[in-house]
Design a protein around this ligand. Structure first.
Ligand code: TXA
Ligand code: MG
Length: 309
């Protein structure tokens, strides 16, 4: 098994995807520090959407490198980690995680898995690992290695076989980034268990924005207005290019000069923030084909361009 771990670490460092057993379900893992690796995770889903991903780390101390803990989060981490609980917390100002794992938001969902193989790969690689459940969009989460092979085929470089998952249901996701802690996704840790540790009754979030926080337009809106499908640019605009860039913009960043959608996905959230910082009159965006990851990119851009209230 040691050979497998060394190989998995190497593949992750190269930006490849590795399926990883956890105590809940198998995860489709990639290096959470790398925009390119995280874009590859989204691309591997057959109906790609930029839903934020869970970042797996080997300890609470490792989690503190990436997110701001508060008293509730510390209590929950100390009690339930390693284990099937995910905490959503604010990104630290110096957080080196890919913005794509947060789907452009200021929070990260993070957990310390208990499965010994997951622990080994996290320690051996020294990397934070982004991993959604290793199934195609809209399908059942895999609880053994053969399920992953059926679901993902050759899109994963390696499947670490850790046998059937003990828990078999995804982790409970608790939102702690603002206000009272809320259960964002029910899972194997129950509300009663959480309430017991917190010392008050925790409730389920019923606001509806939970399953896909990215659906909230405001989460994506840059300060500058956004204009889509630009065929030419004004001198006071900042340009988000795709393919050969239009001339004449005040500032230009290119999602992918060679017109590669996976590269564009990897760059999207970072470049939107960078262009926003120029405080141009507008951000103009060149057309992006609506195929493959292009659909997810265009969905996010449409939200960014949506008129503000
Ligand atoms: O048990 C599990 O949690 C498995 C194993 C592999 O760890 N992972 C998993 O990941 O179920 P995924 O991507 O299938 O589900 C992630 C959930 C989604 O409901 C997503 O909306 C939520 O976590 N989530 C992730 N980041 C979030 C964030 N920043 N804010 C709110 N919710 C977030
Ligand atoms: Mg899932």
């Amino acid at each position: 098994m040691h050979d497998d771990i060394a190989q998995a670490s190497q593949l992750l460092k190269e930006g490849k995807l590795v399926a990883i057993p956890t105590e809940t379900v198998y995860g489709l893992g990639g290096n959470a520090l790398s925009d390119t690796a995280v874009a590859a995770i989204y691309a591997a889903k057959s109906r790609p959407q930029f839903n934020p991903l869970i970042v797996h780390v080997h300890s609470q101390a490792a989690a503190m490198r990436y997110v701001e803990f508060n008293d509730h989060a510390e209590k929950l981490g100390e009690h339930f980690w390693p284990g099937p609980l995910t905490l959503v917390l604010p990104r630290r100002a110096d957080c080196p995680l890919s913005l794509l794992v947060s789907a452009g938001m200021d929070t990260v969902a993070i957990r310390v898995p208990a499965h010994p193989l997951a622990q080994e790969i996290l320690r051996d690689s020294g990397l934070p690992i982004a991993a959604p459940s290793a199934n195609r969009s809209g399908r059942i989460s895999p609880t053994q290695a053969s399920h992953v092979r059926e679901e993902m085929g050759d899109t994963v470089a390696l499947i670490l076989d850790g046998g059937p998952c003990d828990v078999g249901i995804e982790s409970t996701v608790v939102g702690l980034a603002s206000g009272t802690p809320k259960i964002l996704r029910p899972g194997s840790v129950t509300a009663a268990q959480l309430s017991h540790v917190l010392g008050f009754a925790i409730e389920h979030d019923t606001s509806g924005g939970v399953q896909a926080p990215g659906m909230l337009a405001s989460h994506y809106a840059p300060d500058s207005p956004v204009r889509l499908n630009a065929q030419k640019v004004d001198a006071d605009e900042a340009l988000l290019a795709f393919g050969p860039a239009l001339p004449g913009a005040r500032h230009t960043l290119n999602l992918s000069e060679r017109g590669d959608l996976q590269e564009a996905a990897a760059n999207l959230f970072r470049m939107l923030r960078q262009l926003d910082a120029f405080k141009a009159t507008r951000i103009a965006v060149m057309p992006i084909p609506n195929t493959g990851l292009g659909a997810a990119i265009n969905d996010r851009l449409a939200r960014a361009a949506h008129p503000r209230t």
